[in-house]
Design a protein around this ligand. Structure first.
Ligand code: ZN
Length: 191
């Protein structure tokens, strides 16, 4: 099942999500979220982005696309991460990098600061405790997704001047998304 992705302006993206307590049905939810994410050509998708205020996300590490060949994203999957109740227990270094978000389609910010290396403790789709050490790009993806569980969007990690510039440059597009987010909420509430 492909979910509609909640856009900037939807209040669910601003809420602190609740811990996952019931792991029944999480495997199916993960599959649906992955399908939604592949369809939207993303690298990660957090539960609040489909309207579920739960501490849960999926992320994928892709292989590079062979040059000149167009492959379905699914064929390029190197590793899938299904992550419930993540906690960053260690961070090291700082790097700036480019980020975008499926809830702010088409908008990107360069120089989003993130820890270079992290250790994350979490539970898998069956509730088993897991830990990972990540660096570089996947460390960035995890920090972006974990921020979603706190109601934080990537541009809010920018230093003040760059954050204000981002909002200013994308003012019209952001207003359009807010309008679309409200329309989707209305549609969903009417069944
Ligand atoms: Zn995002």
């Amino acid at each position: 099942m492909i979910y509609p992705i909640r856009l900037y302006g939807d209040p669910v993206l601003r809420k602190k999500a609740r811990p996952v307590q019931d792991f029944q049905g999480l495997k199916k939810l993960a599959e649906d979220m992955l399908e939604t994410m592949f369809e939207a050509r993303g690298v990660g998708l957090a539960a609040p982005q489909i309207g579920l205020s739960q501490r849960f996300f999926v992320a994928v590490e892709y292989a590079d696309e062979p040059e000149g060949e167009e492959r379905p994203l699914r064929d390029l999957v190197r590793r899938i991460y299904v992550v419930a109740n993540p906690v960053i227990t260690h961070r090291e270094g700082e790097v700036e990098g480019l980020e975008g978000c499926l809830s702010l389609p088409g908008l990107y910010a360069e120089e989003v600061p993130r820890a270079e290396r992290i250790r994350v403790e979490y539970q898998d789709e069956e509730g088993r405790p897991r830990a990972l050490e990540l660096e570089g790009y996947m460390a960035r993806v995890f920090q972006h997704e974990i921020d979603h569980l706190e109601g934080i969007l990537f541009f809010e990690r920018l230093p003040k001047a760059k954050r204000e510039a981002f909002l200013e440059e994308n003012r019209a597009e952001l207003a359009r998304m807010q309008k679309e987010a409200r329309a989707l909420l209305k549609e969903l509430s009417q069944g």
